[in-house]
Ligand binder design. Structure first.
Ligand SMILES: C[S@@+](CC[C@H](N)C(=O)[O-])C[C@H]1O[C@@H](n2cnc3c(N)ncnc32)[C@H](O)[C@@H]1O
Length: 240
């Protein structure tokens, strides 16, 4: 497969409210707080749980990750860009003893989550680009679940360098999807719509598998990879 990154566009009625750009903490907070869209975080604990439990993709992905975590013997998970933390909730249900730390840079989302996800060990604001990762124990796992779209290639290389310098040994990098030829056609059309209509926003980047692998090349190696739906779950180990 070839190495390619393309821009990704997303249709939302909140487009003008977020200045046609999804990549900011303000934009994410607008989406999380507006119950009319699928990214919203329900304020009610039962509705929040129901939303996660009824999400077919989240449940499949959580089961795969739970197996991987148990097999590898990880006891703590540090998850970055958790959003509504549906996956993290399902992981905690699969492995009740797992200590889960949740981070996101969007303040409103973090505040809502604090009132919902009471079993989490920690929920805090953390900016993946600006804040420093800290070294964790050998039996801890850093989780980057569907945050691939949020950063450019240069930003990702910087993030992996930061992880490497903090000596973070174990990382799960689980992108939203692997870019396909169909996506290239679809995103070209959406790009046109973005310029001519107000209900389309810039929503980050899609990449081919080859490009993903270049982002951590020389710093991390793939210990295990598993195809799940349109995506792949990469279990990365620090080199050296
Ligand atoms: C596509 S959503 C994925 C959310 C969640 N992981 C999921 O799969 O449902 C991306 C998330 O990353 C967060 N995010 C984006 N940039 C970030 C940054 N620089 N630091 C921390 N979180 C960030 C956003 O607030 C948003 O919740």
């Amino acid at each position: 497969m070839f190495s390619l990154t393309i821009k990704h566009y997303f249709r939302t009625a909140l487009s003008s409210k977020i200045n046609k750009n999804l990549l900011s903490a303000h934009s994410w907070d607008c989406l999380r707080g507006d119950e009319s869209n699928s990214f919203a975080i329900p304020r009610d604990r039962m509705l929040w749980e129901k939303k996660a439990l009824e999400h077919p993709l989240l449940t499949v992905n959580a089961k795969h990750l739970a197996m991987l975590i148990m097999r590898a013997g990880y006891t703590e998970v540090y998850s970055f860009g958790v959003g509504a933390a549906g996956l993290e909730l399902l992981l905690k249900r699969e492995i009740p003893s797992l200590q889960i730390h949740c981070f996101d840079y969007a303040k409103v989302s973090v505040d809502i989550l604090k009132s919902l996800f009471v079993e989490a060990k920690e929920i805090a604001q953390f900016d993946i680009l600006k804040d420093d990762f800290y070294p964790v124990k050998e039996n801890a796992l850093y989780l980057l679940y569907r945050v691939d779209t949020e950063f450019s290639d240069d930003e990702w290389r910087g993030i992996f360098r930061k992880l490497f310098h903090a000596q973070v040994s174990n990382v799960i990098f689980f992108p939203e999807r692997m870019l396909t030829v169909k996506d290239i056609a679809r995103e070209s059309l959406k790009k046109l719509l973005f310029y001519f209509r107000n209900d389309f926003s810039f929503a980050g980047y899609y990449r081919t598998e080859k490009r993903f692998r270049e982002l951590w090349g020389g710093l991390y190696e793939v210990a295990d990879v598993r195809e799940l739906g349109l995506s792949k779950c990469f279990h990365l180990k620090i080199i050296g």
